[in-house]
Design a protein around this ligand. Structure first.
Ligand code: BGC
Length: 414
């Protein structure tokens, strides 16, 4: 597990907390420090970065969860935004879609940036969002032709992605307003999000009572615990659709991020991005991240699978399989900021999506336009189209059983 580096000891906004390159230093005279402060504050503002408090204060600070209004849906339903901070990590979450609107992390100098792509206002999320930051349900990723048979009955889901059903249909969990309750525990601070999906909603059988806990731990990890129970046999595959850019959202592409994945196989797909059923070795393919390489290293290889996904948009088969406790499966490091994220999960699969369908048609939270490859998703999950793939781990949930899944994001900067 990675750990957060020891925090710098400078005060927020003090001259000593800022240098021309934004780093921390305690050297120099008071006058020269003031000059540096003024020059740097301008530089940071020009770069779109607020002069952030030094990590020293925030590392020890616990804030919130605090609620504020974030707008209303067309039918008048109020949407809230919750802000929380713990262990140096800051999170903003919407009751609409359980959306992570902002995830702020310090870089190696203690400077904060929002590393998650999104929008500044509710209307943009409602109008058209490629699932920025959202909770995905009932079924993360695709179900072929939106159809599956369970216990002899065939169910038809909405078709919203070519010939297929994607991310729970056209009004999935990402477009629902969740009940949100804040909590503080010895582990940290967090939010419990609840949503009950009615029997037959989006074509899925049974009612599904869903609970998702977002916890910011004392060491600044962001932990997600999912749980669900059903009133009739159904299928479930919940995930989180945060697009990360560890250099900061709107700062450009993610091709220099270095990614390491503990996955020796992946699930190849057809032209509609439906798995063929094969578990193919990653060896000698662009999908081999076992030793770590930059995301962009092999993205332009003439490989049929990359053509289908317009880049990587594939489920990696995690070597550890399904585990009771979250196990580390992925590490991403962004060299210029030094920010590192580690993902541990109980799930057997990880959809690595290199932001291929971002096409310059959205202006994000800070007003910068997102283009292809400006963010990446690492969606912990069961494999796509499992309800139609008998050899894949089952996604069936029966009454009396509880669906559980946990994913932990740990952060560091060095
Ligand atoms: C899918 C992509 C899809 C994206 C939505 C990802 O989880 O794998 O194919 O385009 O979500 O924007």
């Amino acid at each position: 597990m990675t750990t957060r580096p020891s925090a710098p000891t400078t005060a927020p906004g003090s001259a000593a907390s800022l240098t021309a390159d934004g780093g921390t230093t305690a050297r120099g005279t008071a006058a020269s420090r003031r000059t540096v402060l003024a020059a740097t504050a301008g530089g940071l503002a020009a770069a779109g970065l607020a002069a952030a408090p030094a990590a020293a204060d925030s590392a020890g600070r616990t804030r919130g969860p605090v609620r504020e209004p974030f707008g209303r849906l067309a039918d008048g339903t109020r949407v809230d935004r919750w802000t929380l901070e713990c262990g140096g990590t800051r999170l903003k979450v919407l009751s609409y879609g359980g959306i992570v609107q902002s995830l702020e992390l310090p870089d190696r100098h203690g400077r904060y940036a929002n590393v998650s792509l999104g929008f500044a206002d509710l209307d943009s999320y409602v109008a058209d969002s490629p699932y920025f930051g959202a909770l995905i349900g009932r079924y993360g990723n695709r179900i072929a032709e939106g159809r599956f048979t369970l216990d002899g009955t065939t169910y038809q889901l909405p078709i919203n992605d070519g010939d297929h059903s994607l991310h729970g249909g056209d009004r999935g969990f990402d477009k629902r307003v969740w009940d949100v309750e804040p909590f503080t525990s010895p582990a940290g601070v967090g939010l419990t999000l609840r949503y009950v999906s009615g029997d037959g909603e989006m074509g899925y059988p049974g009612a599904l009572a869903t609970r998702v806990d977002y916890t910011l731990t004392r060491r600044g990890d962001w932990r997600i615990d999912y749980a669900a129970t059903a009133s009739a046999p159904t299928v479930v595959n919940l995930t989180s659709h945060v697009y990360f850019n560890l250099a900061g959202e709107g700062s450009g592409d993610i091709y220099d991020h270095r990614l390491r994945l503990a996955a020796s196989r992946y699930t190849p797909v057809d032209a509609g991005l439906i798995p063929t059923g094969e578990l193919a070795p990653v060896a000698r393919t662009p999908f081999d991240f076992r030793r770590g390489k930059s995301v962009g290293a092999d993205l332009r290889e003439n490989h049929e699978q990359l053509l289908y996904g317009k880049g990587i948009d594939h489920n990696l088969v995690l070597d550890k399989g399904i585990t009771r406790a979250p196990k580390r499966v992925a590490t991403v490091r962004e060299p210029s900021s030094g920010r590192t994220m580690t993902i541990a999960t109980t799930e057997p699969g990880l959809q690595f999506y290199s932001g291929n369908f971002l096409d310059g048609s959205f202006a994000g939270t800070s007003g910068r336009v997102y283009r292809q490859g400006d963010g990446f998703c690492l969606e912990t999950q069961h494999f796509p189209d499992s309800p139609n793939q008998p050899s894949f781990p089952s996604t069936v949930l029966r009454p009396g059983d509880t669906y559980r899944s946990t994913t932990v994001h740990s952060f560091a900067a060095a």
